[in-house]
Design a protein around this ligand. Structure first.
Ligand code: HEC
Length: 264
């Protein structure tokens, strides 16, 4: 029995380690971010941002307007009036009008469908990615990304966030020497490592940095929802299942005791 318990613990160890450690977002560590799928208002705001700023390039072709509207508690008329793309119908899949070939021609890579992106990349990655665009005149659309270097996507939320510039990861240490980047330990004087963090240029953008954080949080929460609309339901069923199994365990244990009572 002891061996069995030990084996179980050993099997679970890597999972625990994964859950504990900070995730890696390219060269930097991901920002911490927790999704709250119970916050319907946030999901609704996220859907709105998505439709306004992302849908033109990225379809959600494995989700339907109707289901999304029902799950998020948005009235159908409101979806039809404000959130739907082109002349789609409420029962349609959430498609856009950008053919892959055209996207490839314009951006170097076709914008991928984002229905399952939160499951592939994880919410922390998305949250950090949307905070990591910076001005880079060498790129076709003038923007680069620290988390996804040379990404084909322009900074879609530029008007909201404003300008961000790239800074070396190192800083001059307090003693006048050169400090190493605490995340990557990259040497300071390495010319090939000019960009280690992004810095917001104060006063640019329609939103304050805090408002922008919230907007991105809403957007990423929405993507997390779209990636698995059943998630809350699944967790609810899971709790009932565990309670049921517990009940069954008690009954089985009592029955077992009853059967063996006279055998001695
Ligand atoms: C003008 C078109 C355009 C808009 C608008 C746009 N994107 Fe993109 N996006 C792209 C392209 C093109 C790529 C593929 C880049 C590549 O592979 O180099 C991309 C890639 C991405 C990726 C990375 C996918 C991967 O492979 O992991 C994410 C995440 C993403 N976009 C999210 C968003 C979000 C969220 C919005 C809305 C705020 C948005 N995009 C708006 C064009 C766009």
């Amino acid at each position: 029995m002891k061996k069995l318990i030990l084996a179980c613990l050993l099997v679970m160890a890597p999972v625990a380690a994964l859950a504990a450690g900070g995730k890696s977002c390219g060269k930097i560590e991901c920002d911490a971010f927790d999704v709250d799928l119970h916050d319907k208002a946030a999901l609704q705001r996220g859907a709105q941002v998505y439709m306004n700023y992302c849908m033109g390039c990225h379809a959600l072709r494995y989700a339907r307007y109707e289901r999304t509207a029902n799950d998020l508690g948005i009235p159908a008329e409101m979806v039809q009036g404000n959130l739907m793309f082109g002349d789609s119908k409420i029962g349609d899949l959430m498609q856009n009008a950008l053919p892959d070939a055209q996207g490839k021609k314009w951006f170097g890579a076709a914008p991928p469908d984002l229905t399952l992106i939160a499951r592939r990349r994880g919410p922390e990655w998305l949250y950090t990615y949307l905070h990591s665009f910076y001005v880079d005149p060498a790129r076709p659309y003038g923007a680069n990304n620290l988390v996804f270097p040379d990404v084909g996507m322009p900074h879609a939320l530029y008007e909201l966030q404003g300008q961000q510039v790239c800074k070396p990861a190192w800083k001059i240490a307090a003693n006048g020497g050169i400090a190493r980047d605490p995340v990557t330990y990259e040497n300071l004087e390495d010319e090939h490592y000019p960009c280690g963090r992004v810095e917001h240029v104060a006063g640019t953008g329609q939103l304050t940095p805090e408002e922008y954080d919230r907007t991105v949080a809403d957007l990423v929460s929405f993507l997390e929802y779209v990636g698995e609309p059943m998630q809350l339901e699944r967790q609810r069923i899971g709790i009932f299942t565990m309670l049921f199994l517990l009940l069954l365990l008690i009954v089985a244990w009592m029955l077992n005791r009853e059967y063996w009572k006279d055998v001695h």
